[in-house]
Design a protein around this ligand. Structure first.
Ligand code: SAH
Ligand code: SF4
Length: 369
């Protein structure tokens, strides 16, 4: 099978070129063509000798996932449904805001961790995405937004529409670091997308060994899905807590901060009506905040069919935020975006052939209906 160059970071590309008897600078040239200029085939690479282009065309390919859905909502949020193989599709979402553009990417087809309020979790799990499938989401979005090197529309720095990437789509990135790390390296590489470490955020439900590995191998900004002030409730909402309880999680956050590009962890907290949104529970979070430098991001729950949860009301969310703010904490409340296209956090469904038999599989055709 041809090697898919989309997922090779600088080191991987150099190794491939060394195998072909080619110099390292050729590998860098090809990286730039693919990621900075968005080249989709070798013929476009005009400053590379014809013989080398022919050699590459024989043994390698630039193969992004197939775009099978592409919708934009009234607020400008745009969502792509990407088919990664015969049985699975995942989603990527672009969120434009004043002065920045954020791409939310998926790391797995489904998720094994089964958080109680998450639609991805409810779909079950099929497989890890390859580094090409992860990076391919950024490559596709960049091209679709017309923002490779010579593109026009740009809001972020460096002439690009996408200034930030967050791993908050489908899947748990820490369960797929073998593929997430090369994709991260390409996002950060100057010959790739040149994003700053502070503008690339990995979100985890608290997979402690993964946090340690990421800190070691490719530290970027970290968001942790906390969602509860204590183990009893977190065990129910985020089942991985039974394996890595909050004491271990907080210790891992503090280890991560020693290597992180930012000096705080962002705790995500989904606001579930009557479940985790009381003033008492907000005060419970102050105990957590006393043990690790952090900010809170409150996410109004995004409902989906048969979830069994309701979103907290706006006044309750405001009061909850106020308890934290009065104690001196920084709190943001996420605006819900892309409602009409189901592009909000935790609503990304894709199309996963569940191997865990957790639920009925959602087919692409149903999603489009
Ligand atoms: N697996 C990782 C990253 C993907 S989920 C994680 O759990 O952190 C990204 C964020 O969306 C997480 O904070 C997750 O808890 C939250 N989320 C999941 N389902 C949601 C829903 N229905 N409404 C709002 N947020 C949700
Ligand atoms: Fe997986 Fe994150 Fe959803 Fe939990 S919230 S099931 S870890 S994708």
């Amino acid at each position: 099978m041809a090697t898919n160059l989309l997922g090779l970071d600088a080191q991987g590309m150099q190794r491939l070129f060394a195998g072909l008897g080619e110099k390292p600078f050729r590998a860098r040239q090809v990286l730039k063509w693919i990621h900075r200029r968005g080249a989709a085939d070798f013929a476009a690479m005009t400053d590379i000798a014809k013989e080398l282009r022919a050699k590459l065309a024989r043994g390698a390919a630039i193969e992004p996932p197939l775009v099978v859905g592409d919708g934009t909502s009234a607020d400008g949020t745009r969502k792509w449904l990407l088919k990664v193989d015969g049985a699975n599709a995942v989603e990527a979402v672009f969120i434009p805001e004043a002065g920045r553009g954020t791409l939310c990417v998926s790391s797995q087809a489904g998720c094994t961790l089964d958080c109680a309020f998450c639609s991805t979790g409810k779909q079950g799990f099929n497989r890890n995405l390859s580094s090409a499938e992860i990076l391919g989401q950024l490559w596709i979005a960049n091209r679709a937004l017309g923002c490779h090197q010579y593109g026009a529309r740009a809001v972020g720095g460096g002439g690009r529409a996408i200034s930030n990437v967050v791993f908050m789509g489908m899947g748990e990135p820490m369960m797929n670091l073998d593929n997430v790390i090369p994709a991260l390296r390409l996002m950060l590489d100057d010959n790739g997308y040149g994003l700053s470490r502070r503008r690339v955020t990995v979100s985890t439900s608290g997979v402690v060994p993964g946090m340690d590995r990421l800190a070691e191998e490719c530290p970027v900004a970290l968001a942790v899905s906390l969602h509860a002030p204590d183990d009893a409730l977190r065990d129910r909402l985020v089942p991985i807590n039974r394996k890595y309880p909050m004491r271990q999680l907080i210790a891992a956050c503090n280890r991560y901060l020693k290597r992180a590009p930012r000096d705080f962890i962002t705790f995500e907290y989904v606001m579930l009506d009557g479940v985790n949104d009381s003033d008492d529970q907000a005060r419970g979070l102050l105990g957590v905040a006393a043990r690790v430098r952090c900010k809170f991001n409150l996410i109004p729950f995004n409902p989906f069919a048969n979830s069994g949860f309701k979103r907290s009301g706006p006044e309750r969310i405001r009061r909850f935020a106020e308890v934290l703010q009065r104690a001196g904490l920084t709190v943001t409340t996420r605006r819900t975006r892309g409602d009409e296209i189901d592009a909000a956090c935790g609503q990304l469904a894709g199309d996963v052939a569940d191997r865990t038999r957790r639920s009925r599989t959602v087919r692409i055709s149903e999603l489009r209906a």
